[in-house]
Design a protein. Structure first.
Length: 146
């Protein structure tokens, strides 16, 4: 019985962690919008959530193959960029964003798209928090017998 009550909280908890990670990645893209040669990053949220919850094993190409780039630093002086999400319990990899408008400095960040993604992800993060809050209130009222 307890498993059924906590199962939905686990799902939303995983979604919350992934939303926070995606927000960090989008913020990094926005911060580097003027950095020459910066390649924007993003994650396939649906696939990452399916992997995290164990609903379906998502099969994806590695991030380096999906964008036609090699992994790691592009210039020897660059710091290597990890493509693993920080939480080891939530598998997933970051991918490269698709460039919609070519830039002279080889920066692939589309600032308008990134801002829209940032707002969309923020709204969805807030909605996930509300779902968790609603589930907790429902369980509390059931426990109290109201």
């Amino acid at each position: 019985m307890l498993d059924k009550m906590t199962q939905q909280l686990n799902f939303h908890g995983n979604a919350l962690v992934l939303r926070a990670e995606r927000q960090r990645v989008i913020a990094s893209n926005i911060a580097n919008a003027d950095t020459p040669g910066y390649v924007g990053r993003d994650m396939n949220f649906a696939s990452a959530l399916k992997e995290a919850t164990g609903l379906e094993s998502a099969s994806r190409l590695p991030a380096s193959e999906s964008a036609g780039m090699r992994s790691g630093a592009t210039v020897q002086r660059h710091m290597p960029l990890s493509t693993q999400l920080p939480s080891s319990s939530l598998p997933g990899k970051l991918g490269y964003t698709v460039q919609t408008q070519p830039a002279l400095d080889n920066n692939t960040v589309d600032l308008d798209r990134e801002r829209a993604n940032f707002v969309d992800n923020s709204v969805r993060y807030e909605a996930t928090l509300r779902f968790i809050n609603g589930n907790a209130k429902t369980m509390l009222s059931a426990i109290q017998g109201q």
